[in-house]
Design a protein around this ligand. Sequence first.
Ligand code: ZN
Length: 150
Amino acid sequence: MSELDELYQEVILDHNRNPRNFGRLEDAQESEGFNPLCGDRISVFVKVEDDRVVDVRFEGRGCAISQASASVMTTMTKGKTVEEVQKLFNLFQQVVTDSEGGEEAMEEIGELAALAGVREFPTRVKCATLAWHTLGSILEGQAGTAVSTE
Ligand code: ZN
């Protein structure tokens, strides 16, 4: 098994095969994300009410990491407040960039921990965080922007 294969753990394969919350969401805020290094494209659709993510869906094409990350993201952010989502993204970023506090953060990010292996592959970090940056642009009031990792 190559090092890269080890990234494709069961959770990633499962979410890639059966993406959760996949498809457009009508009457929602939307942003588009693009990772030119890998060719990943993600559209994220969000409905926020009273500072809470009441619904979130995504569409896209790209590598298993980018799609699985988007799928896990939708399952973990639905129902959370905007602040909770931003906190979760920060923890996830700490893990995948292997920065200080990353090990502790692992325990708080649930299924996202399956993506922790990308920290060995800097270019893959962009695949794993693309959907999150795209969602983040909407939650920061920048819906409609085209987010690029480059
Ligand atoms: Zn990718």
